[in-house]
Design a protein around this ligand. Structure first.
Ligand code: C2E
Ligand code: MG
Ligand code: MG
Ligand code: MG
Length: 285
């Protein structure tokens, strides 16, 4: 009997792996035509200065509207596109689109800084620095208007090369943020050598801030690290007034999260910006 059930289990296992492979192949196939078929769009999440209560910029986040499956979250398809290399083309589209939007907003009196996520695979491309600078030029965007978010894994494959590229980008005026800080192989050596200006505290440490003592200590440590290395700290995933208040008085300078706003479509973002200042004043009254 044991042998028999073992056999059944094995069959079940093979069948489910087989299905997984099929689904993955289908996803890759769908992904390969998504760009051409205009299935991607960007949403923008405001980034707020906790001292001045002003919106200083926005993070651009990609969305995939699949014709049959509906919205597929980036955590499901970005890793696949990194594996098969299509992130290079998708990432360039994101950059183009974000710069186009930034230019439009600037010409409407809204000169916001746009933060774009840059995959480690993109950073590894030989032409990436020129590609980024060309994109800025094409849209007449000053480099100071762009921030690139990279994760710690970007520094791991080829440190020298990554340092060199990020230095060139920074020299041109682009600011660099370390995304999801604290979740990767955070090394102080990397941090010291990388030309980065911003640290983003990963949302996993913010979620239970003030509830979980360890998370609170980790957040404190990152804020202090930022202060001593002269890096601006950004908290992501801020959802409550308590978290916002704590981070502000603890000296975290910037924040983003559902407390302020979820990521918004461009026209929603414009409405949000228009109403934001009065909203804060109202809250404080
Ligand atoms: P990320 O860059 O760390 O982005 C932050 C994620 O947290 C976003 O998820 C955002 O929607 C979500 N978020 C923001 N505020 C809150 C909050 O208060 N609570 C919670 N629970 N979540 C919040 P999203 O948009 O699903 O993106 C997931 C990840 O996919 C991003 O993490 C980033 O690593 C990747 N990604 C998104 N767009 C792009 C892109 O254009 N290029 C690349 N290479 N990666 C991207
Ligand atoms: Mg990010
Ligand atoms: Mg992040
Ligand atoms: Mg993340």
């Amino acid at each position: 009997l044991a042998k028999e059930s073992g056999h059944n289990y094995f069959q079940f296992y093979v069948a489910s792996v087989d299905q997984e492979i099929r689904e993955r192949k289908q996803l890759e196939k769908d992904l390969s035509v998504a760009l051409h078929n205009h299935q991607f769009h960007l949403v923008y999440q405001p980034q707020v200065n906790l001292e001045t209560h002003r919106i200083i910029g926005a993070e651009a986040l990609i969305r995939w509207e699949h014709p049959e499956k509906g919205l597929i979250p980036p955590d499901e398809f970005i890793p696949v596109s990194e594996m098969n290399g299509s992130i290079v083309e998708i990432g360039q589209w994101v950059l183009d689109q974000a710069c186009w939007q930034a230019a439009r907003w600037a010409s409407n009196g809204m000169p916001l800084r746009i933060a774009v996520n840059l995959s480690a695979v993109q950073l590894r491309q030989d032409t990436i620095v020129d590609d980024i600078l060309d994109t800025l030029k094409r849209h007449h965007i000053p480099a100071g208007r762009l921030e690139l978010e990279v994760t710690e894994t970007s520094f791991m494959t080829n440190l020298e090369e990554a340092v060199d590229k990020l230095k060139r980008l920074h020299k041109a005026g682009i600011s660099i943020a370390v995304d999801d800080f604290g979740t990767g192989y955070s090394s102080l050596t990397y941090l010291k050598r990388m030309p980065v200006q911003h640290l983003k505290i990963d949302k996993q440490f913010i979620r239970d801030l003030l509830v979980n003592e360890e998370d609170t200590r980790i957040a404190n440590t990152i804020i202090d690290l930022g202060k001593s290395l002269n890096l601006t700290v950004v908290a992501e995933g801020v959802e409550t007034a308590e978290q916002e208040y704590y981070l502000a008085q603890r000296g975290c300078k910037l924040a983003q999260g559902y407390f302020f706003s979820k990521p918004l479509k461009p026209h929603e973002f414009e409405i949000f910006v228009a109403g934001f200042h009065s909203k804060i004043v109202e809250n404080n009254a």
